[in-house]
Design a binder for this molecule. Structure first.
Ligand SMILES: Cc1cc2nc3c(=O)[nH]c(=O)nc-3n(C[C@H](O)[C@H](O)[C@H](O)COP(=O)(O)OP(=O)(O)OC[C@H]3O[C@@H](n4cnc5c(N)ncnc54)[C@H](O)[C@@H]3O)c2cc1C
Length: 462
């Protein structure tokens, strides 16, 4: 990038908030996926006015800008796929207001979910969607991706909690959207439009979101099955059984094995397991847990075990939240992380079909995920250097997406489309719908400078 523009950017944020160091450019050109990009400069704005000035300059010189939170995206979302500016929001990290009376808070975009919930805990409050990456991922990134997580099955995704936003449009205008009230039908839902737009329509600088009291009690149970399909059937029966679980997570055998090695944990021999949680009044939770246990046994569970202490439950959640990292033990260089979601009645079939796809393509596809709301993460593992393995992995990926759509599902339940899923986008959306989305994009971003080449398939892919 031309030095005079670097100087101009330095003038906006100060020398301590900008970098062109090679190592940093390398780190900020990636997320945990196989997608790689090329940052020319990384810039850490401190105020919405900084963001506005950066975007105005980028518009003038037609330079792409890539908003970034913690970079924990699993779809290549923040990766600078064209040489450009990485706009890193991690230093706008203050919680500005906790309004206990109205059960809401206001935070800058770069605060992590863990920090928000740690701050809320002494007030016995929390924001429930619980991404497994909560220790690092930012509230801005979670709203941009409409992230979900372990508790989304009961409490919904971030979309269900956001009341309003402060955003900066790609052309530099600073806008406040939404309301402090718990409902509003006043005008178009701009907050809803930006939520889940994957950093392609605006940069989020502040988030106002709802809170809720921490539940009086929580209990966790594990159920072990001989195969994922039976676990899927039990999950479906629990979901339609009027029991309202706060989490139902599935781990298949391969993931159970990698976690066992990674964390030195022992699970009974089984083909799949469910981790099921109920929360609520102390006099109701054990009853609902007991009913869920009976359903699991009816669906063929080999073993059902209730956690005996909070410490034991915490260990199980740590295990679940480490599932992705534990796959490194399998020693495959590349992982394609899928995020398909199917209607809950189709979960058992989807799980069976993933196993068939894995066998047919002779490809390892460890699968875990938020099975209660139909959101599964099959991980297609391969070695990019091995062309035969690569081809089989790509075939398996195609088949997984096509199967999800055939069953009435979506290509992404929570991670977003980004780069990795954009070629599958037309499987789910008709041409007219994609055209409308592109018109909205070009209305807000006429020079296509904000996170270009994301979500929509490139011409070569279409
Ligand atoms: C181990 C692991 C577990 C995970 N578990 C879950 C899970 O359970 N549920 C889930 O939903 N996701 C999960 N994820 C994915 C990821 O954590 C989420 O997508 C999260 O929302 C990303 O937040 P981030 O701050 O890291 O954003 P980034 O990864 O930096 O960015 C994500 C997207 O948002 C955009 N963006 C970021 N900040 C802003 C902003 N301020 N304004 C506008 N756009 C912005 C970026 O351009 C990008 O498109 C997991 C990831 C990992 C590595």
């Amino acid at each position: 990038m031309d030095q005079r523009y670097i100087d101009e950017l330095t003038g906006i944020v100060g020398a301590e908030n900008i970098s062109t160091e090679i190592l940093e450019l390398e780190v900020y050109s990636r997320d945990p996926t196989v997608v790689k990009g090329r940052a020319e400069v990384i810039i850490w704005p401190r105020t919405p006015e900084d963001v506005s000035e950066i975007l105005r300059l980028a518009n003038k010189i037609k330079k792409p800008v890539y908003p970034r939170g913690a970079g924990s995206s699993l779809c290549g979302g923040p990766v600078p796929v064209k040489p450009g500016i990485v706009l890193c929001m991690e230093r706008m990290n203050r919680i500005l207001e906790i309004d206990i009376e109205n059960l809401q808070f206001l935070a800058e975009a770069g605060v992590s979910i863990r920090e928000i919930n740690d701050t809320l805990k002494p007030h016995s409050l929390f924001i429930p969607p619980d991404p497994a990456s909560e220790v690092s991922c930012t509230i801005g990134g979670c709203v941009a991706n409409n992230a979900g997580g372990i508790h989304a099955v009961k409490y919904g995704t971030f979309r269900d909690w956001v009341l309003g936003l402060e955003i900066v449009l790609p052309t530099g205008e600073i806008i406040t959207t939404g309301t402090r009230t718990r409902k509003s039908v006043s005008g178009y839902d701009l907050t809803g439009l930006i939520t889940g737009s994957e950093g392609t329509l605006a940069v989020i600088t502040k988030v106002r979101a709802k809170l809720t009291p921490l539940p009086e009690s929580r209990m966790v149970m594990t159920a072990f099955f001989s195969n994922p399909e039976d676990a899927g059937k039990a999950s479906f029966k629990i979901m339609v059984g009027n029991l309202n679980p706060s989490a139902i997570e599935l781990l298949d055998k391969t993931t159970m094995d990698t976690i066992s090695q990674y964390l030195r944990m022992k699970f009974p021999p089984a083909g799949a397991m469910l981790i099921i949680e109920f929360d609520g009044p102390i006099n109701e939770v054990p009853d609902r847990l007991g009913k869920a246990g009976s359903i699991c046994k009816d669906e063929g569970a080999i073993e059902v075990k209730v956690s005996e202490s909070e410490e034991e439950s915490l260990k199980l959640w740590t295990a679940r939240k480490t599932a992705f990292q534990s796959l490194a033990i399998l020693g495959k260089a590349s992982i394609l992380i899928e995020d398909i979601t199917v209607p809950i009645s189709k979960v058992p079939e989807m799980l069976r079909r993933i196993q068939e796809i894995s066998k047919k393509n002779n490809t390892l596809i460890p699968t875990f995920g938020h099975v209660g709301d139909g959101n599964l993460h099959p991980h297609v593992l391969y070695d990019e250097e091995n062309s035969d393995e690569y081809t089989r992995a790509m075939n398996a990926t195609d088949e997984i997406f096509k199967t999800a759509i055939e069953l009435g599902g979506t290509i992404s339940g929570e991670h977003g489309v980004g780069v990795l899923k954009r070629k599958f986008f037309p499987l789910e959306h008709r041409a007219e719908e994609i055209m409308l989305m592109k018109r909205i994009k070009s209305l807000l971003d006429p020079n296509n400078i904000l996170n270009p080449d994301k979500i929509f398939p490139l011409e070569a892919e279409a």
